[in-house]
Write a protein that binds this ligand. Structure first.
Ligand code: NAD
Length: 276
């Protein structure tokens, strides 16, 4: 086992309970980064609502962590509002909103971009995030002072060529929206930040590879990133790495951090010519 994985396991065995009595909604929480975050938040004492389109996975994860599940398509404003209302009716408050649901784009030339695809992708990645910020901030202002809103951006928001055009556009827009919302919501002590992951071997990324005609296992993808796309040689990206960043941004330990984008990318987007 790699040393950092051992550390993760040890952290998991003795959680620091950094979110005791906090109430969190996680969109896209049924699997991947969202699921790892839901588990970590719950282990740290949070009450978690998982909001996702994957009913079976989401419901069974919610049950296993003592949380709640709600079917939620983030492209539908009413669904996101209902997820937040569930948290409020369950525990009376909302402290943490993790706008994490997202899909990968279909690659192709900008000269033949399918505008229906652009519209569909933005309706989930971008509108879903707007819906989450809008209704979570309203609930946080009404229910208590303060809160933490976290949005999943991507290394694609920083570097071109890492994702399909509409995907890159959606993630760059999320970072802009995060800064803009943070300016308005700071007066209510609501912090708004994003996380930019890179190379997590999730279903989303594995399917994107498959569409390119490249079947790859999660371990192979992790090894590939560790070797070719990380300054931390041999260290590939994991959903847990992102979950720990989300835990920090959700907890009071980050209480003076807002309008920030936290890169969880092994240094990839900050380096040139050091990748192999
Ligand atoms: P994933 O496919 O495992 O998880 C995505 C989750 O979002 C799934 O549970 C899925 O059901 C849910 N989802 C999709 N459309 C939805 C909708 N309309 N409404 C509600 N839920 C919906 O992939 P992941 O990598 O864990 O993705 C999580 C986030 O991380 C995404 O926003 C993605 O863009 C971002 N991201 C991932 C990587 C990576 O390397 N995997 C890198 C950068 C950013």
């Amino acid at each position: 086992m790699e040393p950092h994985m051992k550390l993760n396991e040890e952290t998991r065995k003795s959680p620091s309970k950094r979110l005791v009595n906090k109430v969190a909604v996680i969109t896209g929480g049924a699997r991947g980064i969202g699921a790892a975050t839901a588990k970590l938040f719950a282990e740290n004492g949070a009450h978690v609502v998982i909001a996702d389109v994957l009913d079976d996975l989401g419901a069974s994860l919610a049950q296993s962590i003592g949380g709640r599940f709600i079917h939620c398509d983030v492209s539908k404003e009413q669904d996101v509002e209902s997820a937040i209302n569930l948290a409020i009716s369950w525990k009376g408050q909302l402290h943490i909103m993790f706008n994490n649901a997202g899909i990968a784009g279909v690659d192709g030339s900008i000269t033949s971009l399918d505008m229906e695809h652009v519209k569909h992708l933005l309706s989930i990645n971008l509108n879903g995030t707007i819906h989450g910020i809008k209704h979570a901030s309203k609930a946080m202002i009404n229910a208590q002072k303060g809160g933490s809103i976290i949005c999943t951006s991507s290394a694609s928001s920083i570097m071109g060529g890492l994702g399909a055009h509409p995907y890159t556009l959606s993630k760059a827009a999320i970072d802009g929206l995060v800064r803009s919302a943070a300016c308005e919501l700071g007066v209510h002590l609501i912090r708004v930040n994003s996380i930019s992951p890179h190379g997590v071997p999730s279903e989303m990324l594995l399917s994107a590879f498959k569409r390119f005609g490249r079947e790859i296992t999660p371990q192979e993808l992790k090894d590939y990133i560790g070797k070719n796309a990380s300054l931390l040689k041999g260290k590939g990206s994991t959903a847990d790495d992102v979950a720990h960043a989300a835990l920090f941004l959700a907890s009071d330990e980050s209480s003076f951090i807002t309008a920030h984008s936290l890169k969880v990318d092994g240094g990839y987007t900050s380096a040139f010519g050091h990748m192999s």
